[in-house]
Design a protein around this ligand. Sequence first.
Ligand code: OSB
Ligand code: MG
Length: 366
Amino acid sequence: MKLKEIELRIIHLPLVRPFRTSFGTQTSREVLMVKVTNENGTTGWAECVAMSEPLYSPEYVSGCLDLMKKFLIPALKSKPEITAEDVPVVLKPFLGGQMAKASLETAILDAQLRDQKTSLATYLGATKSKVECGVSVGIANNLEALAEEVKSYVDAGYRRIKLKIEPGWDIEAVKYIRNLYPEIPLQVDANQAYSRDDGKHLAKLDEFNLLLIEQPLDEHDILGHAQLSKEVKTPICLDESIISLQSAEDALALKATTIINVKPGRVGGYIESVKIHDLCLKNKIPVWCGGMLETGIGRAANLALAALPGFTLPGDTSASARYFKQDITTPFVMEDGYLNVPQGAGIGVEPDLDFLDQITTHKEKI
Ligand code: OSB
Ligand code: MG
């Protein structure tokens, strides 16, 4: 396609409740939205999953905006014709920036698939029409408040619970919830809050029959995760450390991870995500689709990915109501613990433009 215009805008959506992790507390989601228009007048949408501050990953909203404007968009616009598959090749010289790159690739892919009248799910190789939902539960003020929040999700039908942990909020919290729900699939996410010396401590989680411990150590500490996996029986699952197909191959070869959380934004897009999925399927490594508190635009695309056959564990693909009072798309509503995979062309959903304008704090066209 020929790129006619790219619109970048920043929106602010309040969260239904504060979300506390080992790296901070969020009360609202600031999101950089990308809209591309091609020569046919077809539009494609995507959201950049970077957060306001570089606390989960080195990328952050205003940094991504700058990177896109100065380098990524000029490189894409310099090509007379572009396909989504060309995007990673054209942008490869610019180091890092996976989240920014992923959003540009996805918006172009959305427009491309709309022109071809093909859904993203079909394009990626989906084999399911609905996916099992898990939910990520923030660090609470006390165990009673945690139990109350977990109960609301269990009652809503979520099929897997993930507890955020950090030193001082780990063994007791897991024990408390496990006692209340002896059977529910349960896992924890530390977002890098532990160190290499914490093996013995984290091994205390082994008795609670957890599915996995997500990213206990620093994102760069592959060796540390490999050592930890010998001290702890619960499977280690990397999130932050997996930034590409190559990093997934390395982490598997070094036995630093036996399960992988795939987040398309973190690895540079859906095309790279499918490559990681294929690698894991070949090696019988379970994968699941992570989340970044996406709006309906990002969620729609994540559901298409989560419908691939290797995604055998429930993802952090929760219903709109888990995050926002009002989503920017038709809300995703869970039925019996599942969300339906959008079947329309492209990502299969569109933003409510009036609502989007109301919550927009910055908008520019390139
Ligand atoms: O580590 O998986 C994470 C949200 C923001 C940044 C990092 C993470 C998360 C979540 C929530 O755990 C996932 C979601 O429900 O979108
Ligand atoms: Mg995580």
